[in-house]
Design a protein around this ligand. Structure first.
Ligand SMILES: [Fe+2]
Length: 215
């Protein structure tokens, strides 16, 4: 892909994300839009492409999500996305299920195609039927799930609450949260609006084996 084509696809995707998030209601939406407005028009840096096994779930997620213009923008930008796994957890703490079945691609952030300082916006994918263990972090965080339903909880040990696509989740700094993905792959827009360099921490909960190995 020529660089101008890649830049165009990335800028279109960021514009589609901005348009989509502006349709959502709830805490944190305004601060995410403020960050996008501040950084999105900056120059495009180096574009690197990288895929991971979890990206195999992207096509079914795009088919499941509706929202055709946003889905097309993600598909068009796909050759320019650099998917990585989160390296802030040890494999033992986060568990092999999540470690081997997730990927995220930052669009705006430090070292991203669109450079930003202390702000991180991108796409996050997790395979179906995976539990993302209880964790928390200094960064205020928006998840805007494009597929659903997926299960959520905001206190270790609590039952899961199932939320449909397009129902955003806002996590204040250090608020615990965990996610159980449903039948469809989990595809979400994520944003850390500040404190983006501070790593997340796992919060152990004794019910993980039950959640991760349902009988
Ligand atoms: Fe989080």
């Amino acid at each position: 892909m020529q660089n101008s084509t890649a830049e165009s696809a990335l800028r279109t995707l960021v514009a589609e994300i901005e348009t989509y998030i502006s349709t959502l209601k709830g805490p944190g939406i305004a601060s995410v839009l403020e960050g996008i407005g501040k950084w999105a028009r900056g120059p495009i840096g180096q574009i690197k492409s990288r895929s991971l096994p979890a990206c195999d779930h992207l096509d079914p997620a795009l088919r499941a999500m509706g929202k055709p213009s946003l889905a097309k923008a993600i598909a068009d930008a796909r050759p320019s996305l650099k998917w990585i796994t989160y390296d802030g957890y040890s494999r033992e703490d986060i568990g092999a299920g999540f470690a081997d079945n997730h990927a995220f691609a930052s669009l705006i952030g430090e070292g991203c195609p669109i450079e930003a300082v202390d702000f991180d916006l991108g796409l996050f994918i997790i395979a179906p039927h995976i539990f993302y263990r209880d964790h928390h972090h200094a960064a205020p965080e928006l998840y805007a799930p494009l597929t659903g339903p997926h299960g959520w909880r905001f206190k270790p040990g609590d039952p899961l609450v199932w939320k449909e696509a397009d129902d955003p989740v806002w996590n204040n700094p250090w608020d615990p949260h965990a996610t159980m993905t449903g039948e469809a792959p989990f595809l979400a827009i994520f944003c850390w609006t500040r404190d983006a360099s501070q790593p997340a921490k796992i919060i152990p909960s004794p019910d993980w084996p039950t959640l991760e190995n349902p009988s």
